[in-house]
Ligand binder design. Structure first.
Ligand code: LLP
Length: 414
């Protein structure tokens, strides 16, 4: 993983030994590399250089203020999925005219907040939502800039929980209804039709499904324009996969080129909403070995991070590489389950994994944890959530402190 490498036998993030962070901040702890974040963002930005474009970072992947602010300073916008993400984006300094509000269940209050903030556009997912947005905008004396999220009906060939572009999915408006819905939208006084949006799924490792979907959506844009609808934005969503293990994935630059070759000639502003491919391999989860445990059937390594810190292995059977902070040449490998302290059999970070023999007290890094890691963390089993650290060269900052027991009960009364 770029920017997370062994130097003199010790795993570093940039020029900072991860051991230094663990000793000072404790474990479990999320650690992000500023250089990796910026590099990943710039790869997208550079690939779209010759076209009007916006990289609207998908905040759901990692909404830490320092992470978002780092990207905003590079020029990134934000794709938000809730009022909370909108709040965070504004706090992190994202320009309102670079914010896109997506999601199938926006409430009236969330619509009002976004209209008052004067965001770039709403990605609307159903006729009912469009009707409500029209009313809310009229109440405010505003017009809501809108793209309809169309469902291009392609199989993204990824995990079913993160596939969104199939006809059976809850997301988007079916392609066959799209033109009709656009015509209706254009007649609503509180709505200004400005764009088309699609997003077919996440952790996509092939460009073919994206190219297929794009071809259909480009077709739609041409039809809408021929009917006099002024489509200015084409938002192709996010979804580019990353290497967790040995996946061969296109780079952000290659992916952006696919978008340009399909849609560049339309003269639209091209919008991408990458999340995972910007932050996923820019972060790790640091954890410490509590116990080695052997039963007649299995070997377990019990660590101090758990499914409440990183739920991806439990929820999607996702693979995250696990590396000892101290390089392990010559140490014998053993097949183990790496498990946490939580009261669930589904609480594991790795199953039947060949790991070098590790000692109690030893520090480990769970790799590729920058996306959908901390943001999906919970307080299950009354476990305080882990802190987040941002490394910049040989310096680091705690950008979210570890939760305390008092934090756990804040807002409750007995
Ligand atoms: N835009 C929309 C409309 C989305 O629904 C998503 C992700 C993205 C952009 C960003 O996709 P990305 O570039 O990060 O793939 N928790 C799951 C991933 C859920 C993705 C949901 N939507 C996981 O841990 O794999």
């Amino acid at each position: 993983m770029p920017h997370f490498e062994y130097r003199n036998g010790e795993l570093h993030c940039e020029s900072t030994p991860l051991r230094t962070v663990a000793d000072a901040v404790g474990t479990p702890t999320y650690v992000y590399s500023r250089a990796a974040l910026v590099e990943n963002y710039r790869a997208y930005d550079a690939a779209l250089r010759s076209h009007p474009h916006l990289i609207a970072y998908a905040m759901k992947a990692n909404a830490n203020l320092a992470v978002v602010a780092t990207l905003a300073r590079e020029g990134a916008g934000a794709e938000v999925f809730s009022g909370g993400e909108l709040f965070r984006a504004l706090k992190a300094g994202v320009q309102p005219k670079k914010i896109i509000y997506a999601g199938p269940g926006k409430t009236r209050e969330e619509m009002r907040d976004a209209l008052k903030a004067d965001i770039l556009m709403f990605n609307v997912e159903s006729p009912a939502e469009l009707a409500l947005l029209d009313r809310v905008a009229q109440e405010l004396g505003a017009r809501a800039p809108v793209a309809l999220r169309v469902n291009p009906d392609v199989d993204p060939q990824t995990h079913p929980y993160i596939s969104t572009g199939l006809r059976s999915s809850k997301f988007g408006i079916p392609m066959a209804q799209a033109v009709e819905e656009y015509r209706k939208a254009a007649r609503l006084p509180g709505i200004e039709v400005v764009g088309v949006h699609m997003h077919i799924g996440s952790q996509l490792t092939k460009v073919a499904p994206i190219a297929d979907a794009l071809a259909r959506v480009v077709n739609l844009v041409e039809t809408l324009r021929s009917q006099g609808l002024p489509i200015r934005y084409l938002d192709v969503g996010g979804g580019l996969g990353i290497r967790y293990r040995d996946e061969d994935v296109p780079t952000p630059g290659q992916y952006a080129e696919v978008v340009v070759s399909a849609a560049g000639r339309l003269g639209l502003t091209l919008i991408l909403e990458p999340g995972r491919s910007i932050v996923g391999n820019a972060g790790i989860l640091l954890t410490r070995v509590l116990y080695n445990k052997e039963t007649p059937d299995k070997r377990f390594v019990v660590v101090d991070a758990a499914m409440n810190d990183l739920i991806r292995p439990s929820l999607y059977d996702a693979y995250h590489e696990i590396l000892p902070l101290r390089e392990a040449p010559g140490r014998p490998a053993r097949t183990v389950d790496v498990v946490g302290p939580v009261c669930e059999s589904g609480d594991f970070l790795a199953k039947d994994r060949a790991l070098p023999q590790v000692e109690e007290g030893e520090l480990l890094a769970v790799m590729s944890a920058g996306a959908y890691g901390f943001v999906m963390a919970s307080n299950y089993n009354a476990r305080p959530r882990a802190p987040e650290v941002l490394v910049d060269g040989s310096r680091y900052a705690i950008v979210r402190r570890r939760e305390s027991y008092e934090d756990l009960i804040a807002g409750e009364s007995a």
